[in-house]
Ligand binder design. Structure first.
Ligand SMILES: Nc1ncnc2c1ncn2[C@@H]1O[C@H](COP(=O)(O)OP(=O)(O)OP(=O)(O)O)[C@@H](O)[C@H]1O
Length: 270
């Protein structure tokens, strides 16, 4: 479980990036922070692994203040996936995936052999392990990024717009893959995106953020869809949500329209 307790962040010389943010992220669930650019999503995510320390307030993991943890050790114990893979260009794919386990004392041979299994796990041909990141497609690089984040078998996975830089079809593949992986692995995932559809697809729970990390609404995708808290959320959720294979379900007395993937796409007027 991750707890944000009244955290705020003022960067040197800057305005308040996050102000008095509190939330609880239950273990083994996927929680998505969604908001427009500058709403503080990345800042919040980085507070978990101490790449950013809050100006006030605290972040707890399983009841322990992260500030009592050594930042390097903490970072190695938490998976982190970035938009641009963050892979080391001069190391093979296999060595990229094996990096953190080796730093944590696992032998190179064992780490490489585990890395092969991880490549398969994220849907990549293990033969790609010999290549360098520059020899992979963007989507393949993102899969390697996920494999690398999983390599130390972390309980927590932080994902910062991990699928933001790939085309929509590959993006959909990666999203489905993450859903499959999460069903197998049950990690605590904090996922950042500015795409509400992605948030609804992946999140057990979604936090819609305004500027300054202010929570406009927090709830399950269905709850947010059924009852947007205000005009801000309503406009963020968007009315027009494409022609998919639709059906309806009832939630809290309202009829939700769901697409073929079980995603809420609208509410039927009573
Ligand atoms: N290192 C920094 N120094 C100063 N200001 C920063 C720094 N990092 C972020 N900020 C500012 O803090 C605010 C929140 O930024 P943050 O990156 O957390 O938002 P975000 O919601 O993740 O945005 P994006 O979707 O564009 O990545 C922004 O106004 C940004 O300019």
């Amino acid at each position: 479980m991750i707890e944000f307790e009244h955290v705020s962040k003022v960067y040197p010389g800057g305005s308040e990036a996050v102000g008095d943010f509190s939330c609880v992220i239950p273990s083994r669930r996927t929680v998505v922070f969604v908001g427009s650019s500058g709403s503080g999503k990345t800042t919040l995510l980085r507070m978990v692994n101490r790449m950013v320390d809050p100006t006030s307030g605290r972040v707890m993991i399983d009841g322990e203040d992260v500030r009592s943890r050594n930042p390097v050790e903490l970072r190695r114990s938490i998976g982190y996936v970035l938009q641009q893979g963050g892979l080391l260009p001069h190391r093979t794919v296999l060595d990229n995936v094996a990096t953190v386990p080796v730093l944590r004392g696992v032998s190179r041979a064992t780490a490489r052999s585990n890395a092969l299994g991880l490549l398969e796990r994220v849907g990549l041909d293990p033969a790609l392990g010999k290549r360098y990141p520059g020899q992979l497609s963007g989507g393949q690089q993102q899969r390697v990024g996920v494999a690398r984040a999983l390599a130390a078998d972390p309980n927590i996975l932080l994902m910062d717009e991990p699928f933001g830089a790939v085309d929509p079809i590959v993006r959909r593949d990666l999203q489905r893959e993450l859903i499959r992986l999460q069903a197998e692995l049950s990690k605590t995932i904090v996922f950042v995106t500015h795409d509400i559809e992605e948030a609804f697809l992946l999140g057990d729970e979604v936090l819609v953020l305004r500027e300054g990390g202010r929570i406009a609404q927090q709830g399950t995708p269905s709850e947010i869809m059924a009852s947007p808290a205000d005009d801000f959320v309503r406009s963020f959720v968007g009315a027009d949500r494409a022609e998919r294979e639709l059906n309806t379900v009832e939630v809290d007395g309202r009829r939700l329209v769901m697409d073929g993937d079980g995603r809420p796409v609208g509410v039927l007027a009573p």
